[in-house]
Ligand binder design. Structure first.
Ligand code: PLP
Length: 397
């Protein structure tokens, strides 16, 4: 019989969400009357714009007719969608050949690992979106270098620690800290990557939350980034496609291996081998989302999430709690020095009836923090803010 893939022995158990569920259920069993407010949620909760749903319905109906049925599309995605993405998000700074439509960024991360191969030294922010670590381990990374991101360093890692890395994952706006990196920080990152010949995988899943002109929405706003960075983006938080599935990836033609060979043709080969393209129905929705009407609907939804983030953040700040993120991000990273994340989780649950995510679940540098998410309903954000203000003393002591 086949032996187990040895890399599984290196993976840590995914205990975080099951443990949160277990504790929630235990609380419900002893407090059946309590109404829990879920601020742990990392999933979109607002519906997609109507124009998106209509386009997907239309495409589905076309599939039922012989004259309009369509089968496989290009693995790289429909031309019109790639063209629209290049235009809307990159002002036509990329050719169609450099834009790849995906079924979301999580699966794309694994295909990128397949591109880069085994035995890499990989730098990750700590705290970190766990997929960067787990997918690297599944693809047998030689070493994972943890780059602490703390209030003391403005959540920007000491890049020297990443010397010798083949690859750095970088996420802005960050999950879980909600921190958005400035142009100066990203310039430092790109300069480091150029000097040290490190590839950056830049996760911009939350970039639509960055308010116009505040900070770069794409790594390619930084000069030189095309030589060192792949950008992975998603419709999930942009337009509520978490259940529909759509995203895109930019692989610039300037990107080269250590021996000078281009990366782009190999990436195309990976995409054509491991992927048969995103669903035509999702892509129809994705195109509709990038029309004037679709973009307006997207903006309205993001404004609601950001307003929820603002009132949650304000409720914590009013009590003198150190809070990060939440301005150009749906996530709020609240710091309670001296407490453990799981104790904080319990306090929020028991005393405020609010579900959070313990920061330590994202890495050792998350200890003492909890993550609050504004992907809840607006009315839940208002309720949670009221509870936090009313029971102020519980959070401060
Ligand atoms: N990247 C980050 C930082 C995320 O937080 C998430 C989802 O929560 C993803 C990627 C996954 O996005 P997708 O739904 O496109 O797979």
């Amino acid at each position: 019989m086949i032996r187990r893939n040895q890399t599984f022995a290196r993976l840590e158990g995914s205990y975080l969400f099951p443990e949160i569920e277990r504790r929630k259920e235990a609380f419900r069993a002893t407090h059946p009357e309590a109404e829990l407010i879920n601020l742990g949620i990392g999933d979109a909760s607002l519906p997609v714009p109507a124009v998106v749903a209509e386009a997907m319905a239309q495409k589905s109906l076309e599939m039922a007719l012989p004259e309009s049925f369509s089968g496989y599309g290009p693995s790289e995605g429909l031309k019109e969608l790639r063209k629209r993405i290049a235009h809307i998000f990159y002002r036509d700074d990329f050719s169609l050949d450099e834009v790849f439509v995906s079924d979301g960024s999580k699966s794309e991360m694994c295909r990128l690992q397949a591109l880069l191969g085994v035995g890499l030294k990989v730098g990750v922010q700590n705290p970190v979106y766990p997929v960067f670590v787990d997918s690297s381990i599944i693809f047998d990374a030689k070493e994972i270098v943890s780059l602490p991101c703390l209030p003391e360093n403005n959540f920007f890692p000491e890049l020297r620690q990443a010397a010798g890395c083949d690859l750095i994952y970088f996420c802005s706006p960050n999950n879980p800290t909600g921190v958005v990196y400035s142009k100066e920080h990203l310039e430092e990152l790109v300069a480091f990557a150029i000097e040290n010949r490190v590839l950056i995988i830049y996760d911009a899943a939350y970039s639509p939350f960055i308010q116009q002109g505040e900070h770069p929405r794409s790594i390619y706003e930084i000069e030189g980034a095309k030589e060192v960075a792949i950008e992975v983006c998603s419709y999930s938080k942009l337009a509520g496609f978490t259940g529909i599935r759509l995203g895109w990836t930019i692989v610039p033609k300037e990107l080269r291996y250590a021996d000078g060979g281009p990366i782009l043709p190999d990436w195309r080969r990976i995409v054509q081998t491991l992927f048969n393209g995103a669903s035509r129905i999702s892509q129809a929705g994705g195109l509709a989302a990038l029309t004037t009407e679709g973009l307006q609907g997207i903006e309205e939804n993001i404004a609601i999430y950001l307003e929820s983030a603002r009132i949650l953040k304000e409720a914590l700040v009013a009590q003198g709690i150190s809070v990060f993120g939440g301005d150009s991000s749906p996530y709020i990273w609240a710091h309670f020095p001296g407490k453990t994340s799981w104790d904080l989780f319990e306090e929020f649950l028991e005393e405020l009836h609010i579900v959070t995510i313990p920061g330590s679940g994202f890495g050792t540098s998350g200890e003492g923090f909890v993550r609050l998410s504004a992907f809840c309903s607006y009315s839940d954000a208002v309720k949670a803010a009221e509870v936090m203000k009313r029971k102020q003393e519980l959070l401060i002591t």
